[in-house]
Design a binder for this molecule. Sequence first.
Ligand code: NAD
Ligand code: UD1
Length: 356
Amino acid sequence: MNILAKQSFRKGNGAMDILLTGGAGYIGSHTAVELINEGYGVIVADNYSNSSPEVIKRIEGAAGRLAAYDVDAGNEERLQQVFLKHQIDAVVHFAGYKAVGESVQQPLKYYENNLRALIATLKVMKDFRANTIIFSSSATVYGTSQAVPFDEGMDTGCTNPYGWTKLICEQILRDVAKAEEEFTPVILRYFNPVGAHESGLLGENPKGIPNNLMPYIQQVASGKLEKLSIFGNDYDTKDGTGIRDYIHVVDLAKGHVKALQYAQEHRGMEVFNLGTGKGYSVMEVVEAFEQANGVKIPYQITARRKGDVAESYADVSKARNVLGWEAEKTLEQMCRDAWRWENGVRSRLENEQFAI
Ligand code: NAD
Ligand code: UD1
């Protein structure tokens, strides 16, 4: 197939075609919407291991057309077919498993999927001379012994296999960038993404009982779960509960657009924190959710969760100064959008799951 015959959905002059591995997932779907809105052509390659093809229709409902393929990012041959069909200028690599607890129980599953998906993607990118990749990393790489706020120059270290897959992937990208002058990986270390698209069409749809705070609160509010367990109120924090940097998923998605723009004009590897720079305690999140949505969240205090740090929030000055990006949405908006999603499409999806 020659290049002229390749399919493109890009709209803007000078905009590019971007491959989103794992683009049907929570963060990928929101990023797809922002990219389409900015005129980029979006191609999704997802094996739907933690999402569904229906998400593609909802992205199109929120933003416009894209191309989507049921492809495992670890399968070089299948990925090559996608690169043959489209003139892919850059990749945003979301594909991977993300449940910390499961990674402790099944470490090989995590190492295999997360490393294979990145390595295969990089090999195919090299074959097709695509030099830019935006990689989804995590604040978890700052480990447990750092002082807040976390900045990109700090030492890294992990406490679980999921975190190690992120650190090893970062190292792979660093090594390839050293070996190949044109290669430009931009590593984004996300803090705590929460909330949902304000259209109500997209959001997080965790399978089973959620591990993370906001989705758990959502399901307590809807009555699916009886009460929230607050993991410890004896931390050295303002009210004794753990502090995190919650960031609205739409702000996070916009950070990817900025990272792509940055990568168009620079060469070599860069690392950026994507957070708000503000920390809220578990109690503050519970209160914010109650106030924003007029609901009650029953809770009990239980023991600390193993591996949790007291405080985690980002130094966001690098992203602000270099990318020109800053999170804008408030905790109240995060809570409101999360609740709209929980009550709308998500509850329908869950009912369908139970009906099967
Ligand atoms: P998600 O599970 O909703 O999305 C990941 C998507 O990747 C899913 O659609 C899944 O089906 C797909 N996938 C998994 N393995 C694949 C493979 N081998 N090939 C193709 N598709 C595959 O997760 P998310 O919250 O959107 O996270 C996206 C990325 O960001 C992940 O790499 C995750 O580790 C990272 N991250 C997430 C958070 C968070 O709190 N959500 C925080 C830090 C980093
Ligand atoms: C989790 C992941 C981490 C990932 C991060 C960002 C774990 C162990 N860690 O961490 O790898 O980078 O999300 O997505 O899963 N809490 C409760 N009750 C609950 C759930 C959580 O009190 O039912 C508390 C936690 O103790 C913590 C805060 O709420 O203080 C946030 O927890 P969570 O949403 O799981 O995020 P992280 O702990 O930051």
